[in-house]
Design a protein around this ligand. Structure first.
Ligand code: LRH
Ligand code: MN
Length: 424
């Protein structure tokens, strides 16, 4: 299924007058509206291939039907998102959930939809049918070096797929750890994991990055061998200049100050990218900005400040990816909302008056600092985000058009009710 340009044109024509009025009112108050719109149009967020179906939990899974049953159909779905918002121009694959039958064909199909391939993800947290050694007690940390070699070989194979598809980064998330005190020698687990990552690092093609993703708990519930930003930074520093940390918003202990973590990793030039989502308790993988939009704004506030301090290119110098799992929402609507929330937080962060904020901070004017931040956070920037879409040939209101065109109904008609997407 494709969304034709004239569908988008008709939708935008219908909403144009209302949009222009809102945009004019807002732009009149904002000195840098044009600059913000251009930066928004440039800003692309990669869609996870494992979040195009209904995830579910151990207690149940309630599919909405019409799910993509193949990598080709997953690319078609990300193509739909990108047609609607011109902001989802890349897909992040997970191997072996998305092994391309022909990398040439898959690359061509993605190009047809205007899509690139972002970081590829390895998987040593599940045992595949016919796999020789089990990852029950971990992968790179495992006491048995045969298990460790199997995991290293898998990551090197994932790099090969990524290279063939034009990706330039490998994300390594290890579920390794322990569930009970005494189960694991932490030092040996760290050393073995580092040695394994060093072998994988050595296999990185030139120009590639390795993202070391940390997580505080699950599926291990006593220790994780890459358990927090400090451990991830330790690995990244010991590995070398191509290794970076990856911040998944749901992978922190309750009340962690993620924006401070982001600020320091950026300062150390060891922040590689993000897995955006939201959560109230654990790794809930909820819609971005659905639970704590102020935290998302504060994270982008540190990103804009820190990236500008280093003269970094906002759109290209970090990995912008979503990592979500859907239980009760339509996966595509959920992803459209997540992309919107990320763009809103980025636009608000671009509105922060940095000179005034710096002046207030340097003079310990605490109340003034908060006023300056919240002035930006309380600005309804949605007309700017919509205008950036309009100028990129996308829909002014993507979810509205998704529903007007009954996209889910058409996908169910095309694929049936029972198709299940590989992934979470
Ligand atoms: C682990 C994680 C990781 C992925 C997986 C699908 O919780 O965030 O990024 O490999 O989800
Ligand atoms: Mn993740």
């Amino acid at each position: 299924m494709r969304i034709e340009k004239d569908h988008i044109q008709k939708h935008n024509d219908k909403l144009a007058a209302k949009h222009r009025k809102k945009l004019a009112n807002l732009s009149a108050e904002l000195p840098n509206a044009k600059k913000v719109i251009n930066k928004l149009a440039d800003f692309q967020i990669a869609i996870p291939s494992w979040a195009l179906g209904t995830g579910g939990t151990r207690f149940g899974r309630f599919s909405g039907g019409g799910e993509p049953g193949s990598l080709e159909e997953k690319i078609e779905d990300v193509g739909l998102l990108h047609a609607l918002n011109q902001s989802s121009g890349a897909i992040s694959l997970h191997i072996p959930w998305d092994i391309p039958t022909s990398t040439r064909k898959i690359k061509a199909l993605a190009a047809e939809h205007g899509l690139l391939f972002d970081a590829v993800n390895s998987n040593t947290f599940q045992d595949q049918p016919g796999q020789k050694y089990s990852y029950k007690y971990g992968s790179l940390q495992h006491a048995n070096n045969k298990v460790r070699s199997q995991a290293i070989d898998h990551n090197i194979e994932v790099i090969k797929y990524g290279k063939a598809l034009g990706s330039n980064a490998l994300t390594v998330w290890l579920s390794d750890g322990s569930c009970f005190p005494g189960q694991l020698n932490f030092r040996k687990a760290f050393q073995r994991t580092l040695e394994g990552l060093q072998e994988i690092y050595a296999a990185l093609p030139s120009g590639w990055k390795m993202f070391v993703e940390y997580k505080a708990f699950e599926p291990n519930f006593y220790s994780m061998t890459v358990g927090d930003w400090g451990q991830s930074l330790l690995y990244a520093n010991k590995l070398g200049p191509k290794a970076y940390t990856l911040v998944d918003l749901g992978h922190h202990l309750p009340n962690a100050n993620i924006e401070q973590i982001v600020s320091l990793l950026l300062m150390e030039q060891k922040l590689g990218g993000f897995h955006f989502n939201d959560s109230k308790y654990g790794d809930d993988d909820l819609t971005v900005g659905s639970i704590n939009p102020y935290q998302l704004f504060l994270i982008f506030n540190e990103l804009v400040e820190g990236m500008d301090a280093r003269g970094m290119n906002h759109a290209r110098d970090l990995g912008w990816m979503i990592d979500a799992s859907h239980n009760v929402k339509d996966p595509l609507e959920d992803l459209l909302q997540s992309v919107e929330a990320i763009k809103i937080a980025y636009a608000q962060a671009l509105l922060v008056d940095r000179r005034e904020l710096n002046r207030a901070q340097e003079s310990n004017d605490v109340a003034k600092s908060q006023e300056i931040l919240q002035q930006a956070y309380r600005t309804d920037v949605r007309p700017l985000v919509a205008e950036a879409r309009l100028r990129s040939g996308a829909a002014l209101q993507p979810i509205e058009l998704f529903r007007e065109l009954s996209v889910r109904k058409q996908l169910i008609a095309q694929r049936g009710e029972k198709t299940k997407a590989t992934g979470l």
